[in-house]
Design a protein around this ligand. Sequence first.
Ligand SMILES: NS(=O)(=O)c1ccc(C(=O)NCC(F)(F)F)cc1
Ligand SMILES: [Zn+2]
Length: 245
Amino acid sequence: MQNILEICAELIFFVLTFYFFFSGAERGLGPVVLNYDQCTSMNITNNGHSVVVQFDDSDDRSVIQGGPLDNPYRLKQFHFHWGEKGCHGSEHTVAGNSYASELHLVHWNAVKYKTFGEAATAPDGLAVLGIFLETGDDHRWLHVITDALYMVKFKVSTTVNCFNPKCLLPSSLHYWTYLGSLTTPPLHESVIWIVVSKTKISFSMQLGKFRMLLFTGEEEDQRIRMENNFRPPQPLKGRKVRSSI
Ligand SMILES: NS(=O)(=O)c1ccc(C(=O)NCC(F)(F)F)cc1
Ligand SMILES: [Zn+2]
């Protein structure tokens, strides 16, 4: 009799564990893992909206995976958003506080979609890692990017080889994640946002170098300083924001 009760208790325990594990409500968010190759960066471009470092995304040498992602997403580019002064310039806020700038590492789901353009219109097409930048001591590796900015003051492109953006990331990637959109037109709702809570990059003189970029091309008469290229946060509208811990 005793054995039968023990077997029943174990069976109930197993069923409940199985249910909770697969119910999703209890399934925690694991760590985000970045596997970036040392040398897939190609160029840095002033595209008239931001400054973008583009990567060779012809294979899976540089990918992000884990966390809320069901498969690896390929690194396509990273870019920045910033303000003209103070701590305004980020596109996300934490408890209502904004930061001077925000770095976006843009990845696309090459497992499900053939091209970036196709992925950019699909709800699970893109994964963007957002990192806040704040004013403080200059960042030792950000110099590689900010020292190249004078070459892309106007709307031009120049080569950047072997820049691994992992050096720009905080050691602990505690993050918030939600399903959102591109922050620039056409605002496709195709982004799995992963916003890192710990600001890592601090810069002060370096921020000034972003602010000397121009929205305009060399051949244009007007010289319009590139700043405030950020979209303010939008209403959540019922979106669920999950935390990694
Ligand atoms: N600021 S953001 O949300 O990370 C951001 C990331 C990528 C793009 C982009 O590639 N737009 C071109 C596209 F996809 F054809 F529409 C725009 C915004
Ligand atoms: Zn962005």
